[in-house]
Design a protein around this ligand. Structure first.
Ligand code: C5P
Length: 235
């Protein structure tokens, strides 16, 4: 059905996959619900997104049996949907359907952002939107690789040193139009670890937008202490 709103400018939505168990982060429950610097990881993440005026609404994807989110992010004013899947890709794909059910259109932009990247700065999200809003494909925050890159072999010994030139590490948010991303994820299946790789598999070249080193994904036990220090010292 065509409605008057179909002709309005494309909106930006944020989609936050928050349905993981975070096995690599060690004991203590899902990493997005761990407390750092006075509140939970996911509450920091959602507060950063809420400070970006061009993000019209945020949808958080929860695990089907999630009983914690409301208590762990009490200030959140967006949508939460318990449609999480077994993998991150499955959670994102289900989240796109949930956005569409709530009125998001194929040409609207979706910024997919990991709940576990709680140090993202609103200014970096603004930079991503500025770079992608008129782009045919979309793009992602990423960082040029600065360290030398090793391929591990047997017993955690170096098998090979890889050429690092031209290599970037992918962060989030990753910003694509809902319709394109839906099609890309349906074709890519469950094994991809970011949205851009699904878009690439359709033959597109997402734009690399320079991010910041502190927008790392809390993954290992030591990441939590580092994130705490940064959150307590960043204005
Ligand atoms: O496990 P990983 O660090 O790759 O998770 C990245 C993000 O994806 C986290 O915010 C996590 O909660 C989310 N995720 C999800 N559904 C899964 C697995 C991960 O929403 N099945």
């Amino acid at each position: 059905m065509t409605t008057a709103s179909d002709n309005s400018a494309a909106k930006c939505y944020a989609l936050v996959p928050c349905a993981g168990v975070g096995e690599r982060a060690g004991a203590g429950g899902p990493k997005q619900y761990r407390e750092i610097a006075g509140t939970t990881v996911v509450a920091h993440t959602l507060a950063a997104l809420a400070r970006v005026p061009r993000v019209a609404k945020t949808l958080v994807v929860l695990a089907a049996d999630d009983g914690e989110f409301a208590a762990r992010a009490p200030a959140f004013a967006g949508w939460a949907d318990p449609c999480g899947g077994a993998t991150r890709a499955g959670s994102v794909a289900a989240g796109l359907e949930a956005l569409a059910r709530r009125g998001a259109r194929d040409r609207d932009w979706v910024l997919v952002h990991d709940a576990a990247r709680c140090l993202v700065r609103p200014s970096a999200i603004e930079r991503l939107i500025d770079a992608c809003i008129d782009d045919a494909v979309g793009g992602l925050l990423a960082l040029p690789l600065s360290d030398t890159l090793k391929q591990a072999g047997e017993g955690e010994r170096v098998a090979q040193t890889l050429d690092r030139s031209g290599k970037w590490t992918a962060q989030t948010p990753q910003m694509f139009r809902l319709g394109l991303l839906r099609r890309a994820l349906a074709q890519a299946g469950d094994n991809i670890t970011d949205e851009a790789s699904a878009i690439e598999a359709l033959g597109h070249a997402p734009r690399l937008v320079r991010g910041e080193p502190d927008n790392f994904k809390l993954t290992w036990p030591a990441d939590f202490a580092l994130a705490e220090r940064l959150l307590r010292t960043t204005p």
